[in-house]
Design a protein around this ligand. Structure first.
Ligand code: PMP
Length: 322
């Protein structure tokens, strides 16, 4: 897809603490604990332009993870699910109105909540208001060539903390892993902790052996991607056996297929790991089945959201309110 000039607004409209402002004018005080301590969480959800409308894909699941993240670090969730959905809708509308986002363009919602601004001191300050930031920008999914050829990955020891289940903005460990991939001309770094697969720097990792799909079990050692539950569902739909199990480094290196998943990558085949071909060196049949099922799931959710048929209450709806 060729990028039109309007594909990426250099200055999207963002929400910051109650106001819609151009990104270039959005400011937080330097004593914001997100800046000083990385004391905050974030969430990233795709907003697909499908079936003549915009659907926040798996929004209830993304908002549930956001609620778990704030809860785990003792921040009171600033909004209800309905409040978050309306807020994302407001930011989408503002960007469409400003011409920075076309109605037919897929987008990504980035939400960040920090503990707020306070005199510097490690323990939680009393009586501070969380900082809330929402940004919506065009989503550029991997292209057909990446899906057809697969991507190259490298591996490294997972040196992060043991609360990887919190979607924390303290991402230095993940940043270093992404940089390691970039320096090695690789798409992603796949991490092992004590010889066991954990995840990528910003993706979950799946393997296929003898037709069985597996991934490390949900735990504090990985972020449970919203695609984790989705891929479980899609594999059942495709009659692919799925096992959540500990995966050794040797298991992964002997895999027939490796797949990475995330909101911005959907599912992508890994065809080379540390310079060695994965399986046949080509994307496999399980990837192809999951990718096709993923695209069907997007359309199905969009149709259901448009019909308003999926959920009884607005609270649960995935359609973005205008
Ligand atoms: N693990 C990590 C460390 C991530 O940053 C991401 C991307 N948010 C994922 C897994 C995948 O999560 P999701 O499917 O919700 O994008």
């Amino acid at each position: 897809m060729s990028a039109a000039v309007s594909d990426v607004s250099p200055d999207p409209v963002v929400y910051l603490n109650g106001e819609l402002v151009p990104l270039s004018e959005a400011r937080v005080p330097v004593l914001d604990r997100g800046f000083i301590f990385g004391d905050g969480i974030y969430e990233v959800a795709p907003l697909y332009a499908l079936e003549g409308g915009r659907t926040a894909f798996r929004l209830p699941q993304h908002l549930a993870r956001l609620a778990r993240s704030v809860d785990k670090i003792g921040i009171v969730n600033p909004f209800s699910n309905d409040g978050w959905r309306k807020l994302i809708g407001r930011v989408v509308n503002a960007n469409e109105a400003a011409g920075g986002l076309r109605a037919d363009q897929d987008a990504i919602a980035y939400i960040q909540v920090t503990r707020g601004v306070a005199k510097r001191g490690h323990a939680f300050p009393a009586g501070v208001q969380p900082t809330v930031f929402v940004m919506v920008t065009p989503l550029h999914l991997p292209d057909a060539a990446q899906r057809a050829q697969g991507v190259r990955c490298v591996s490294a020891e997972d040196r992060r903390w043991l609360n990887c289940d919190i979607k924390s903005v303290s991402l230095l460990g993940n940043v270093l892993m992404a940089q390691f991939a970039a320096e090695n001309d690789a798409f992603e770094t796949i991490q092992f902790r004590d010889g066991m697969l954990t995840e990528g720097s910003s993706s979950n990792v799946w393997m296929v052996k003898d037709g069985v799909l597996s991934a490390p079990p949900r735990s504090n050692k990985i972020l449970e991607g919203i695609r984790y539950g989705l891929i479980e569902e899609l594999s059942a739909e495709c009659a692919i056996r799925f096992e959540a199990r500990e995966i050794t480094e040797a298991d992964l290196r002997a895999a027939d297929e490796i797949i990475v998943s995330s909101a911005t990558k959907e599912v992508l085949p890994v065809t080379q790991l540390d310079g060695q071909p994965v399986g046949s060196g080509k994307p496999g049949a399980v990837f192809a089945a999951l990718y096709a099922a993923y695209q069907r799931a997007k359309v199905k959710e969009a149709q259901e959201a448009q019909q308003g048929a999926k959920h009884e209450s607005a609270e649960q709806s995935e359609r973005l309110a205008v």
